[in-house]
Design a protein around this ligand. Structure first.
Ligand code: C5P
Length: 340
C-alpha cells in the first residue's frame, strides 16, 4: 500500500460581485479570493478493492485559534451521512481515476481517502472545495500522474466554482462562475491579514442564498472586469482592505439570517477594523489589526454565545493569504492515525 498526503486552504471573498442568473443557472461573478490558514488534510492510499472509499473526520477548531483542532464525534457522524457520490473528495478522485487506470491498469486503481475536515460545511469558506482541491493533489501524487497546477485547476473547475481558488491559494480574482482565475498578487505565505471567524451552528446553502438574491431582484447588469481589481491590488493586499469589502450576497444572506448582523456589530464593538459575511455565509469574517485583537473579538463572541445571545457553533482566528493545495510529508500530529 502506498500513500500520499495533501492539504488545501479555505477562503474568504474580499469582494464578491454577482450579476443576474444566466441560462445555465449560474450567476456571473467577480470575486477576489484570499486563501486562509484553515486547511483541510487528505490522506490517499491505494487499496486492492476497486472503487473509492472515504472516511471523513470532523474537527472543532481551537477556541481563539490557540492550540490544535479537536476531533468531534458529532461532526464526524454528521459527515458520515454525506452520500459517497456527493462527497467532493470522492468526486475529485473519480475524475482522476481514468488517468490512474490508463497509467496503472484498471484493476489497480482502487483508493481509500481519509479527509480531516476543520472548515465547517456550508459555511461560505469553501470547505468542500478545499476537500476536492486537496484530494486532486493527493491523488496526483499517489499515482504519479504528473499533472501541473494549471491542469489541476482545470479539473477542479468541473467540480465546483471555488475549487480552482483552493488549488491556487494566495490572492486571486475569479470571473465567469468565479472559477476563471487571474493572479492578483504573488504570495509569500504569511499573515498579511488577521481574521476572527464566527461559525454558525446552522449552515446556509449556497443555492438558497443565490435564490434569495434572485427573489430580491439583485444583480449588477455589468460587472467590472478582473483587470480593474488587478490594477487596484494594493487595496486588497494592504492593511486597509476592510475599506474595499463588497459582497453582493450579504443582503440575501442577512435576509435569511438576520441574526448575523448582530454578530458582525459585536465584532466592530470589540475593535474589528471591518467585518463581512464570507461568501454566501453564514460565517462572519472580522478583520483585525493583530492576532491579539482577533482573539479578543473571538472572546467577545464566545461570551455572547455562553450567555445565549447568539447562535454560533464556535469562533477561531485565522490569517491570510496562505498557499494553495500542496503535497505534505505527513498528516499533522493532531490528525495522525485517526480514521485509518
Ligand atoms: O459551483 P458550486 O457547485 O460550488 O455551486 C453551488 C451552487 O451555487 C450552484 O448550484 C448554483 O446554484 C450556485 N452558484 C451560482 N453561480 C455561481 C456559483 C454558484 O448560482 N457562479
Amino acid at each position: 500500500m502506498r500513500k500520499a498526503v495533501a492539504s488545501a486552504p479555505g477562503k474568504v471573498n474580499l469582494v464578491l460581485r454577482s450579476g443576474a442568473q444566466g441560462d445555465d443557472g449560474y450567476h456571473q461573478l467577480l470575486s477576489v479570493f484570499e486563501a486562509v490558514s484553515l486547511r483541510e488534510y487528505v490522506l490517499a492510499r491505494t487499496r486492492r478493492a476497486p472503487g473509492i472509499g472515504v472516511t471523513t473526520i470532523g474537527y472543532r477548531l481551537p477556541e481563539f485559534g490557540r492550540g490544535n483542532p479537536e476531533p468531534s464525534e458529532e461532526l464526524t457522524k454528521e459527515y458520515s451521512r454525506i452520500p459517497s457520490e456527493e462527497h467532493l473528495a470522492v468526486r475529485a478522485a473519480k475524475v482522476l481515476q481514468p488517468l490512474v487506470a490508463a497509467k496503472w491498469g484498471p484493476t489497480a486503481s482502487g483508493m481509500e481517502l481519509t479527509v480531516h475536515k476543520t472548515i465547517p460545511a456550508a459555511g461560505g469558506m469553501a470547505g468542500g472545495s478545499a476537500d476536492a482541491a486537496a484530494t486532486l493533489v493527493a491523488v496526483n501524487e499517489l499515482w504519479e500522474l504528473g499533472l501541473t497546477r494549471d491542469q489541476l485547476e482545470s479539473v477542479g473547475r468541473t467540480l465546483g466554482a471555488d475549487v480552482p481558488a483552493c488549488v491556487r491559494g494566495g490572492w486571486s480574482v475569479g470571473e465567469g462562475r468565479g472559477d476563471v482565475l487571474e493572479e492578483l498578487a504573488p504570495v509569500d505565505a504569511g499573515p498579511a491579514h488577521w481574521w476572527a471567524l464566527a461559525f454558525s451552528k446552522e449552515g446556509l446553502s449556497t443555492p438558497a442564498v443565490f435564490n434569495q438574491f434572485d427573489l430580491m431582484g439583485l444583480g449588477s447588469s455589468q460587472l467590472p472586469p478582473a483587470a480593474d481589481y488587478v490594477a487596484a491590488k494594493s487595496s486588497f493586499t494592504g492593511p486597509r482592505v476592510g475599506e474595499f469589502f463588497e459582497n453582493d450576497l450579504a443582503a440575501p444572506a442577512l435576509a435569511l439570517r438576520p441574526d448575523l448582523q448582530k454578530v458582525g456589530e459585536s465584532a466592530a464593538g470589540a475593535g474589528a477594523l471591518a467585518w463581512m459575511i464570507s461568501g454566501s455565509g453564514p460565517t462572519i469574517a472580522a478583520l483585525a489589526e493583530s492576532p491579539e485583537r482577533a482573539a479578543q473579538i473571538c472572546e467577545t463572541w464566545e461570551a455572547e454565545r455562553r450567555a445565549g445571545e447568539n447562535s454560533l457553533l464556535g469562533e477561531s482566528v485565522a490569517w491570510g493569504p496562505d498557499v494553495g493545495a500542496r503535497v505534505e510529508e505527513d498528516l499533522p500530529e493532531w490528525a495522525a492515525g485517526r480514521g485509518e
